[in-house]
Design a protein around this ligand. Structure first.
Ligand SMILES: Nc1ncnc2c1ncn2[C@@H]1O[C@H](COP(=O)(O)OP(=O)(O)OP(=O)(O)O)[C@@H](O)[C@H]1O
Ligand SMILES: [Mg+2]
Length: 254
């Protein structure tokens, strides 16, 4: 863990991490970077963006997506590291950079028979990059979804990867199907409440806002859009509302 003195001046690192693939790491990384970038524009037109997104995922989802957004509309810079730590440590030290959002890959339990206290990240380039990123991470965001199968990997990520390293974390509920999760007589949305209770039972800090499931989110990479550029509609407003609220929660948690 970095000491408090060396975190004051350097960029804050927010890392999306969850063992389970498809839970929304890349979606959250890009859209949080977009909102943060909108709130932290470069001081002058030629200055670099104070917000940078980096994908250490070899799949390269983040850079594939960012590359489709026209450069003049992309409110953050992004770096391609392809399974390595790359320039992330330099970015963190760069006084022009304020926030770094890191997208990481889902990962395997390398050895299911390994003792409970063994580090599950294993070896290899990506594991090493994960290790190094977590060392410099100020806040890890762990997405869970209504899909029950995301929960055990979230717990594994928190208990076996984040807690042993002392990395501060926040669970974020993603892909909440608000339309089908109607309020009951007590004014409770049962599906959402179940996910929140899962966090409460484990004492996991979690964002009050849940990111709703919208088709525009899943189409956005192909359309070369981030949440701040969705064409105006009620859904776009609600989608933005979720990410603005989440961005605020993230800032408060840092
Ligand atoms: N809130 C949402 N509403 C609708 N679709 C979403 C939402 N969040 C994510 N998705 C879609 O779900 C799929 C998985 O999301 P994403 O790629 O962000 O997950 P991931 O955790 O990065 O996966 P991987 O571990 O494979 O990198 C994508 O098609 C994405 O567009
Ligand atoms: Mg991804």
């Amino acid at each position: 863990m970095p000491s408090s003195t060396d975190t004051n001046d350097r960029a804050k690192v927010i890392t999306l991490v969850q063992q389970k693939g498809g839970s929304g790491k890349s979606t959250l990384a890009v859209n949080l970077a977009a909102v943060s970038g909108q709130n932290n524009p470069p001081a002058a037109a030629d200055d670099p963006c104070p917000v940078v997104a980096a994908g250490i995922d070899r799949q390269g989802s983040l850079e594939d997506w960012a590359a489709r957004v026209p450069e003049d509309r992309l409110p953050f810079d992004y770096v391609v590291t392809k399974g390595r730590i790359g320039e992330i440590p330099d970015l963190v030290k760069d006084p022009a950079v304020r926030r770094v959002f890191v997208d990481t890959p889902g990962f395997m339990e390398t050895d299911p028979d390994a003792p409970m206290d063994a580090d599950p990240l294993g070896s290899g380039n990506t594991a090493k990059a994960m290790e190094e990123v977590l060392e410099t991470t100020d806040l890890a965001i762990v997405p869970i979804t209504p899909d029950w199968l995301t929960r055990r990997p979230a717990e594994f990520t928190i208990e076996r990867v984040l807690k042993p390293r002392g990395v501060k974390f926040l669970v974020v509920i993603n892909m909440w199907d608000s339309g089908n999760d109607r309020e009951n007589a007590e004014g409770i949305r049962p599906e959402l409440e179940k996910l929140r209770n899962w966090c409460r039972e484990r004492n996991y800090p979690h964002a009050t806002v849940a990111i709703r499931r919208y088709k525009i989110h899943s189409k956005a990479p192909e359309d070369g859009l981030t949440v701040i550029q969705y064409p105006e509609s009620g859904t776009a407003l609600r989608a933005r509302e979720d990410f603005y609220k989440l961005a605020l929660t993230v800032e408060q948690a840092l």
